[in-house]
Design a protein around this ligand. Sequence first.
Ligand code: PEP
Ligand code: MN
Length: 363
Amino acid sequence: MNARKEHPFQGWGLKNTDRPLVIAGPCSAETEGQVMETARALKEQNIEIFRAGIWKPRTRPNSFEGIGSKGLIWLKRVQSELGMKVSTEVANVKHVYEALKFGVDIIWIGARTSANPFAMQEIADALKGVDIPVFVKNPVNPDVDLWIGAIERIIGAGVSKIGAIHRGFSSFERHSYRNIPQWQIPIELSRRMPDIPIICDPSHIGGRREVLQEISQKAMDLNYDGLIIETHPRPDEAWSDARQQLTPKSLNQLLNSLSLRKVNAQDPNFLLVLDELRTKIDQFDEAILEILEKRMEVAEQIGVYKKENNISILQPSRWQEIINKTLQKGKNRSLSNELIGQVFKAIHQESINKQTRIMNEKV
Ligand code: PEP
Ligand code: MN
């Protein structure tokens, strides 16, 4: 993540603009009692921004799809009785109008909606002339341009307070988290849009409460500007996302456990050592590029050879042999299966692409 602004939320009309910004509250507003009980407990811990889903885009039908507009009256109570800012998700134009009518302070656009350019444009059009903060979650699929495009549509509507929320990416492959974080994607977003603050949603990345601390710490290590964390007074009884919600008390413990890194270290000695280490990294990156170039040249030679001998490109047994060998060797060098698997899959795919091109070239 780039060196980030020290107070990215200055001018957003929030009480506390220190990092990390914390947004907390239940996945869904369920009852007036649950909303008020959660908000009171959070307020006691100086959390100033409350979240609650009013409309819930669920993967399968016949699950709880949100309490609907009547929940907005409960959010109004949270605002007026506790002085907290309230936030909710909007997924269509009707939601935008309802949320604005009830004076919601902050809105966010969910991962299923940010993946849909038409829906994003309609929401952006409905936001013309509105100046509340708007957060855009990453789309469900790992496409940084789609995420940037969604943010650009909101910028195009003239909204000036825009943030991004990283909530991970869905995948068919099983993973220890519910949604794979793919940290390189938010890092790339930040590189391309350095003025957009970015917060992490460890709840939807992790999918279970045991891993929320490690994900939140990782986000802090990467200089994220804040966290949005699902909180419920009795998580196991929650009507949605029960496994990933924390009690307000556990949220407090989690926040207290985080080590916060300085955004910009000024100490010249620190900078000197960092610079040396970065020079080393740059040299290794150079060496990796050189090796990749050489490997691809050999892959091309193999492609030509296969063509001359009329042999098919994909030889599954050879690929299996490479992956087994590299995983084992990687392990001996303390390189994770995840890293080696991904790197070699990508290299292998590129070799196949090159060889396919060669096969199809007309001579
Ligand atoms: C949510 O924040 O409750 C939610 C539905 O998130 P996402 O859009 O990230 O799935
Ligand atoms: Mn949720």
